[in-house]
Ligand binder design. Structure first.
Ligand SMILES: [Zn+2]
Length: 906
């Protein structure tokens, strides 16, 4: 292989490819759809010049609504003007034009929409001021330096009336080495989608240098800053091209070389595109010279808009690619200029078996200590990511990824041609090209020898796994299953060599692996300790869930759901183990099994919290049709009703319910079923109350709000409710009324609802004598904790209010008027700071321990994985007031480092 490497290196034309990278990069630079087309046309030209066959451009829609594998294609976008000029500032700007698309295209964030009148004078406020309630209407918000200019902050800023953001986030990393750098913002959108799509709200966003960012934040802190905004950005329905070429081999089956277009950075990814073409050209030349055998497999070059473009290509070529392809390599961010750069190499993840993984291991080992490109990390179990996501079992294209891991110049304007070194770039091309050549020219003549080597690697994998199993002290059962899973992966990989042809060596090596496994299994049985069986309620529950995939490709943008229903998914779906869980679902294995497979692949054990998170996401994806999910243990309306009766709920009760919908497992009928069960339990004479608290504070006990959840209270907007999905659903049910308090509104229905909710005014204390908590005592109501434990005991704040404890403090809130304007509301005796019971688990906080020992009566019943608890308001009040009179500090914590509790302890 080293000999081949030398020949390959000799073949690479390093000056020409350097120039090609520069040309392509300059075409992509303006970031517009017009620039994309120019880049695609230039790529087409490069392919033709390199003598590639079957070169074609495929036009995919850029209409902001066509969805491939749950990735929504962008809207086309053009701009020529994007300028931000400081007009008024308490500190003068030497260069008042702090952003100008004409000066550098990164200054204007892709997708920015035109100012209808062309230019507009706006005020600039900081992110800190935004969350402290400064009026953001029509303003631009300059983000904190560490704030990613992504969905979370953009959505908040637009919700609060701002027209967009100013960010220096991506300029921070290299502020010393390249102080004039400007960040390139890719996904400046409100959702998981990377690009602006149909229905996205308009924004204007700017990217500036770190120095300008500092100056702007400092100026806005001490006085009024205004700026002139100019933008002619235009979103429209257009198209976005993909470019491909096919070089036929002996077999029709294709190996793909993938690289993404349209990120305007020299090494991200003009180098990847040019390298892919050069590698194929060299392979053809070496074949012509007789230095390489004929192509066994056909070679396809695939250049598109990264995750979105690759998903579009996959669908263009039939969706599931396993019949058409053998595998792929992705080239992205090779970091072809840093002499100390080390490559990271990710094998194709196990979702789709690939014989090329074996060749990769052979190749990397032969490379060790040799004078080729150094590899710092090799991930044998691969990675699903935005470039390798087609490895997913439902798509079937196992993709290997070579990447240089260098973050300093990542996504910023310092990543220019100066960071590309011709010699290093050529070496990378030859290094990766040599491996690719070994995959695509593997033929029947060389097969047996390679399979023998692959078998030897399989044996070493088993040996390593065996050692790990004993070292970790796994039980014999667990260890055996883990080892058998390793065997399965290696056998699948050997089986995949049949793509080249049948050879008795394949079967022989598989038998050797099986025999070795039998030996290890016998050893494990003898040596493995009898450890306790793994326990965990969510781990156990996952064994009763069977999830299978119904759609091709990983769910991602959730475009088909209304925006308010989309949620962020674990690990961003593709950046962590959740992708393994999804990929390994086959409709046969339980969710517990696929979770364990993901653990084995990662060499880790997930916490109960993690498993609960994955379960929650699977339920969500099942509910919305992205997965088919069957539950062996599901909770029905009847189960809830009987659990409520068991805990003591009676017809005619007046209930105040705190809840957590995720505590039980799958509930048939969801939140609505829960609410209906409550209504059935209390009957037509009962009353049901639920908290629908929000976060409208802009100042609290003299402290400015820093919480991102801050929104001026809008009674019309149920998405503001921060206490769970059951109250959010309850609030929207017909007949439900709500108290008018801005921070602590309560919703209710039933005979006493109006009596409980109507007395409180918006500037009353949240938990005072006019609140529903006082009424609850008066009407002998009861508190139900439905799955949430005792920590959300707002009732205790009522006791604090009655006892007039010194730590209830003034707050100032913002409230939205009917006409959309805002007013400020002063609320006395609000509830700042910390309390010990906020961390209560099963009654273990100071207060509840004492209260339960002093006559607090608590009923408890079980429902699925969760618990329901019931307290009587009158009894709770009596016991609580007695304890508070004995010890007014009982609700504060004893942590010395808690400044709040320390300050107010009497
Ligand atoms: Zn505390």
């Amino acid at each position: 292989m080293n000999e081949l490497f030398a020949k390959f290196l000799n073949c690479v034309d390093r000056n020409r490819i350097y120039n090609e990278v520069e040309n392509l990069w300059r075409k992509e630079f303006p970031q517009t759809s017009r620039a994309y087309l120019a880049a695609a046309e230039y790529t087409l030209e490069l392919l033709r010049e390199a003598g590639m066959e079957n070169v074609e451009m495929i036009s995919f829609p850029a209409d902001g609504k066509t969805v491939y594998q749950d990735k929504c294609m962008p809207l086309a976008w053009d701009a020529t003007i994007g300028k931000l000029t400081i007009r008024k500032s308490p500190r003068p700007f030497a260069e008042p034009v702090i952003a100008d698309y004409q000066r550098h295209p990164f200054h204007l964030v892709k997708g920015s929409a035109a100012i209808p009148e062309g230019k507009r004078l706006v005020k600039i406020i900081t992110e800190t001021q935004l969350f402290a309630g400064e009026d953001a209407d029509g303003a631009l918000v300059v983000c904190a330096p560490s704030t990613v200019p992504g969905a979370a902050i953009l959505k908040t800023a637009l919700d609060l009336g701002a027209i967009g953001l100013i960010s220096d986030y991506y300029a921070q990393a290299c502020r010393v080495q390249a102080p004039e750098a400007i960040g390139w913002v890719n996904a400046g959108t409100e959702g998981a989608n990377w690009h602006v799509i149909e229905g996205d709200r308009p924004f204007v966003c700017f990217s500036i240098t770190a120095g300008a960012g500092d100056q702007l934040r400092q100026a806005a802190e001490v006085g009024e800053v205004t700026a002139l905004v100019e933008c002619d950005g235009r979103r429209y329905q257009g198209s976005i091209p993909g470019v491909t070429a096919l070089i036929p081999g002996r077999q029709k089956k294709e190996f793909w070389l993938m690289a993404h277009l349209y990120e305007p950075l020299s090494d991200d990814n003009s180098t990847g595109v040019v390298a892919a073409i050069e590698m194929v050209r060299c392979i053809k030349e070496l074949i012509a010279k007789g230095d390489l055998p004929e192509l066994e497999f056909s070679l396809r070059l695939v250049f598109g808009a990264e995750m979105y473009g690759f998903a579009a290509f996959a669908e263009h070529f039939g969706g599931n690619l396993s019949e058409r392809t053998i595998g792929a390599v992705n080239l992205d961010s090779l970091m072809a200029g840093n002499p100390n750069q080390r490559l990271h190499v990710y094998a194709a993840a196990p979702g789709t078996p690939f014989f090329g993984n074996a060749l990769l291991e052979i190749f990397l080992d032969q490379w060790k200590d040799k004078n080729a490109f150094p590899v710092a990390k090799f991930a044998e179990s691969g990675w699903y990511d935005d470039d390798t996501l087609l490895t997913d079992r439902t798509v079937g294209l196992p993709t290997v990824w070579f990447i240089g891991r260098e973050k300093m110049f990542w996504h910023n304007s310092a990543l220019t041609m100066q960071l590309i070194d011709r010699r290093i770039f050529a070496r990378i091309c030859a290094t990766i090209g040599t491996w690719i050549a070994s995959v695509v020219t593997l033929n029947k003549a060389s097969l047996a020898q390679i399979v023998r080597q692959a078998g030897a690697y399989g044996l070493s994998h088993l040996a390593i796994e065996y050692r790990n199993i004993l070292q970790k002290g796994l039980s014999a059962d667990e260890g055996s299953e883990q080892l058998l899973y390793r065997l399965q992966r290696d056998c699948e990989r050997l089986e995949d060599f049949r793509e080249v042809g049948s050879d008795p060596e394949i079967e022989r090596q598989i038998e050797l692996l099986q025999a070795a496994t039998q030996g290890y299994l016998a050893q494990i049985k003898e040596q493995a300790p009898v450890t306790e069986e793994r326990k965990g309620k969510w781990f156990d529950y996952s064994a009763t869930v069977l999830a299978s995939r119904v759609e091709r490709g990983f769910p991602h943008d959730q475009t088909r759901l209304p925006r308010c229903q989309r949620r962020s998914l674990p690990d961003g779906v593709i950046y962590g183990p959740f992708s393994r869980v999804l990929s390994n679902m086959d409709g046969q294995k339980t969710l517990q099994r696929v979770i364990r497979e993901a653990e084995w692949e990662e060499g880790t054990v997930f916490s109960e919290t993690k498993i609960k998170e994955y379960l929650g996401a699977v339920m969500f994806l099942g509910k919305h049709g992205f997965l088919k999910v069957e539950y062996n243990q599901k909770i029905t309306h009847a189960d809830i009703l009987s659990a409520l009766q068991n805990v003591g709920v009676r017809s005619g009760d007046c209930l105040f319910v705190h809840s957590s919908a995720s505590a039980f497992g799958w509930i048939e009928g969801g939140e609505t079923a829960v609410i209906e069960a409550f209504l059935d339990a209390i009957g037509s004479t009962g009353t049901l109350l639920m908290p629908t608290f929000t976060s409208p504070f802009n100042s609290f006990e003299g402290t400015l709000n820093k919480g991102r959840r801050y929104r001026p209270f809008d009674p019309e907007d149920p998405s503001q409710v921060r206490v769970g999905s059951i109250p959010r659903t309850f609030l929207q049910m017909p007949g439900v009324i709500r108290s008018r308090h801005p921070s602590h509104p309560v919703a209710g229905i039933g005979s006493l609802a109006a009596a409980c909710l109507e007395a409180q005014q918006e500037n009353d204390p949240p938990t005072g004598e006019t609140s529903s908590f006082a009424k609850l005592v008066e009407y002998k109501g009861r508190l139900v904790y439905f799955g949430c434990g005792l920590a959300p005991s707002t009732f205790l704040h009522y006791l604090e209010t009655v006892a007039d404890l010194p730590y209830l403090k003034d707050s100032v809130c913002r409230v939205k008027n009917k006409d959309g304007s805002l007013r400020t509301v002063y609320i006395p005796k609000n509830l700042p700071g910390d309390r010990d019971f906020y961390r209560d688990v099963d009654g273990n906080s100071k207060f509840f321990k004492k209260a339960l020992a002093s006559g607090l009566k608590m009923n408890e019943s079980t429902l699925g994985c969760g618990k329901i608890r019931l307290l009587e308001a009158e009894n709770f009040y009596a016991v609580g007031m007695k304890l508070l009179s004995q010890d007014p500090n009982i609700l504060l914590c004893d942590n010395e480092e808690c400044l709040f509790c320390r300050k107010y302890k009497q």
